[in-house]
Design a binder for this molecule. Sequence first.
Ligand SMILES: Cc1ncc(COP(=O)(O)O)c(C=O)c1O
Length: 465
Amino acid sequence: MWFHVDRSIQKTLTQQIYEQLRNSILNGELNRDVKLPSTRELSTSIGVSRNIVLEVYNQLVDEGYLIVRPRSGTFVAPGSSLIKLTTNESKVEIKKQNKGYTDVIDFRAATPAMDHFPRKVWGRLAKEVCYEAPDQLFGYHSPEGLVELKEELSRYLLRTRGVVSDPAQIIITSGATQALSLITELLLKENQLVAVEDPVTDEMRTIFSYGGATIIPVPVDDKGIQPEFLSEDTPPSFIFILPSHQFPLGGTLTIQRRIQLIEYARKFNCYIVEDDYDSEFTYEGTPVHSVQGLDPERVLYVGTFSKILSPALRIGYVVLPEPLIEECKKLKWYTDRHHPSLEQLMLTRFIKEGFLDRHIRKMKRIYKQRREALVSSLKNHFPDSRILGHAAGMHLVVEIPSVDFNGELLDWIKKYSIQIYPVEYYSIIKGLHNHKIVLGYGGLAVEKIEEGVSRLSMAIKSYKK
Ligand SMILES: Cc1ncc(COP(=O)(O)O)c(C=O)c1O
């Protein structure tokens, strides 16, 4: 038995020997009933004092890894090994198989350009808020969020999205994720049915099913959700929609369908939950206003700063119809009391001092360039491809009729160190979108986008050849 000890590191010798011996027992290298050397023998072979080994043995006996048999010695106790799961090994295996690329180009959708976060301004605001905010800001606050932020948001949403709200209707949440989780709890009282677009973001759909919902898929085409497929016999408690830029297919919901949805919600006394996650970034035409603006009593409007600024901030919000406000505040309170106040104040100043508008203008230019690079690369490498949806947001869907993106091909593509996302992955009813993939471009520089599409083309050409 041999242990390596390093006297130049901060960890004590006892800790080093303890961890190595414990790991050897846990991973099964030292089987049950193996007899350990005496403390004298082991200390001499490692070159440490006997007291250290004694301390390690005692600790492992106390924890149950070792047992002492009188007059026989110290043994590994039965039942002390735990077989390791192989997830990491298979990841390593995939890496080993790749074609020698050192980086992975990940076309994950909805990832903003992290290299453009306004660090300087945010850092300055953090310092200012910390030094200048009144003492009272450092205490507890009410669950709905800071009034100053809600007032700024209310003005911003009216100006940019046509959202009609009194600041009292807004609750600041930990991203859209928490807003949707609170909404699920709030609305799934008697009726557990939730109608969702199909295909749709799996993450958001899972929030509802984890919350106890039965999911009813409603088909989507290039103009968004198709309201005529909503059931008249079993209406849901709410309909979840992404009307500005459907995820993943990218359609913008027509005014006729918006009206149809509202009429349905009124008739069957249910709500519409509108997730407006990336509508700030529209590259053609003028952005269509929110559905909430058409009927603030029927629509819960959810927004987030994850795409405009960064998901790391974890700041989102929900604008509620008046009758739901008090109950939602209670739910927020029992979940996490309230959103961190310092960050709320920093964001308030960020909006008030004009940085948000400036940042959005800048990012719109950058995302537009990235999108154009992606579209033209796709056209070069796949002349038969078709881009779906509205030019907006941070992702697009491309259909390549000659390619069936089945599991085997997707595994093959991974060898080229690129990650792409088939639309089928987001579909509830399977088999309708085999030739389509989602490509996110927000977090990738132009060179990476071009390189990624070129690798995709090489991967597809070399498949089964
Ligand atoms: C449809 C949709 N809405 C909202 C979000 C943002 O979630 P959050 O605000 O919790 O970061 C995402 C994240 O990927 C999303 O896909």
